[in-house]
Design a protein around this ligand. Structure first.
Ligand code: BES
Ligand code: MN
Ligand code: MN
Length: 474
């Protein structure tokens, strides 16, 4: 080895392949940062809205793009697998069947962007402002699962991956993953793994990483009340004929009592109450109520009596109207007694509530409380059971070690209010636990106008994921 004048050895490299080998994964990430972002932008430009059939072609295009990037990153057997709905993108790198296998799950579909006029820049024209990427799907979940493809590419181009990796990126998460369960059942062997790793949740802040150890489950129903067989003149008939809009409002209001407890009989029967010690542990997570209210521009919160905000969203079930419609909502005033009134209602569930049971309890109760002057129809939409990650799982410990190494601060375990209904199903069908290593923030406005994802979070995720593999395999 030749010596330079200061006596230090100088390495000569002869080819591009050699350069890669001498480069660390983190150096590769640093050198390819701009391209990673450009490639994410290309994905964000595709309006892959799974809920709206008008975008079916775009959803398919997004799947093809994900498959292309997966292949380029170095995955084998990459395929776009059709389902009765939107396709699933699968790929893998099996380096040695005797090593552990990590299955990375994510979703390339996004929520509708509406109301579009509230976006400062168009939802499918990604723009960086103040160090944040603004676009529908920036955080949920394109920006987050894309970190895994780029971390994988960075490992493949440098040190290699230390264990087997499988990718399953679906296109129906935002509409309830209706076809993923069947896909998992039909592909148990192919999807076999030691742990499932997902980045599709949030952490406390950029200075305080956290790991979600709980996801709420979900029962989602649509209700329709029908009164008279046609819309009526509200003067000629009003006062004698039941107004489905009035009645729906009364019925929905009766679903909570004055303490904001849900009144459906049996609703809380299976809810696991936390011990005082567990609640005290939860209360240690940093949370600023003043800032929370200020961010939302609300004077006061409005939750179940006897529980903190962290508990109300983390360990308690809820019932919320997501949409409600009836009668005349056009310009001006029309006097009408509507024939029908409808609402979409979601219930967030906690351990050990069961989605099918809750949907049945809701349906029976809602039919029972309806007055005879209306007919009731309850249609279940999607559902899923709540999930808890065991903190003694080796992959949980690896994720915690990776975050601590990356942020210089140990992560706090949290329980998030959101749902990824398929996670409980992964446990049932694949018998595998899931680690939720999300890099978003609650303020990223997922599902809202001006959704964003920090450049810091995107790059921090790409840097942290290889550390997860390192800690998991060492
Ligand atoms: N990524 C979210 C879930 C989430 C967000 C979990 C933040 C934890 C923190 C996911 O894409 C989502 O929006 N899920 C839906 C459920 C689905 C059935 C529509 C939800 O939670 O409403
Ligand atoms: Mn998501
Ligand atoms: Mn979502």
């Amino acid at each position: 080895m030749p010596l330079n004048p200061r006596g230090l050895s100088i390495k000569f490299v002869s080819s591009a392949a050699e350069i890669f080998k001498t480069m660390t994964t983190q150096e590769y990430i640093e050198q390819n940062k701009d391209r990673f972002l450009e490639e994410l932008f290309d994905l964000l430009r595709i309006p892959s809205i799974s809920a709206d059939s008008a975008f079916k072609g775009d959803v398919a295009r997004a799947a093809d793009y994900v498959a292309e990037k997966m292949r380029e990153a170095g995955a084998d057997n990459v395929s776009v697998e059709p389902t009765a709905g939107h396709p699933i993108v699968y790929g893998e790198k099996i380096i040695d069947p005797s090593l552990q296998t990590v299955l990375v799950y994510g979703h390339y579909d996004v929520q509708p962007s509406s109301p579009d006029h509230l976006w400062e820049t168009p939802p499918f024209e990604p723009t960086v402002r103040d160090g944040k990427i603004y676009a529908r799907g920036a955080c949920d979940d394109k920006g987050q699962f894309f970190m895994h493809l780029k971390a994988f590419e960075s490992m493949m181009k440098t040190s290699g991956v230390p264990c087997n990796v499988k990718f399953m990126i679906e296109g129906e998460e935002e509409v309830g993953s209706a076809n993923l369960g069947d896909y998992c059942k039909a592909n148990k062997e192919k999807l076999k793994c030691d742990v499932i790793l997902i980045s599709d949740t949030a952490m406390i802040s950029n200075d305080q990483p956290s790991l979600d150890i709980g996801l709420r489950g979900m029962s989602y129903v649509e209700v329709e009340l029908t009164g008279p067989n046609i819309d009526l003149h509200s003067g000629v008939y009003g006062g004698a004929v039941g107004n489905p809009a009035n009645i729906l409002a009364t019925m929905i209001a009766s679903l909570h009592d004055e303490n904001r407890h849900i009144t459906i009989p049996g609703f809380y029967d299976d809810v696991v109450d936390l011990s005082d010690a567990e609640r005290a542990e939860m209360a240690k997570a940093p949370f600023d109520l003043g800032e929370y209210k200020k961010n939302l521009d609300i004077e006061e919160t409005y939750g179940e009596k006897g529980y903190s905000v962290i508990e109300q969203t983390g360990i308690r079930p809820t019932l919320d109207v997501n949409g409600i419609w009836s009668g005349y909502i056009g310009e001006g005033a029309k006097t009408v007694l509507p024939s029908k009134a409808s609402a979409k209602i979601s219930m967030r569930l906690v351990p050990n509530q069961d989605s099918d049971t809750i949907t049945r309890l809701f349906t029976e109760h809602f039919e029972r409380i309806a007055p005879a002057s209306v007919k009731v129809k309850v249609t279940p939409h999607h559902g899923g059971n709540p999930y808890m990650t065991p903190m003694d799982h080796p992959a949980y410990k690896a994720a915690a070690a990776a975050l601590e190494e990356s942020f210089g601060v140990a992560p706090v375990p949290t329980r998030s209010g959101g749902s990824i209904p398929i996670v409980a199903l992964f446990e049932d069908v694949l018998d595998t636990k899931t680690i939720l290593m999300g890099f978003g923030l609650d303020t990223d406005a997922i599902h809202s106008p001006n959704e964003k994802y920090g450049l810091f979070n995107f790059y921090k995720g790409i840097e942290t994921i290889p550390l997860f593999y390192k800690h998991y395999t060492s």
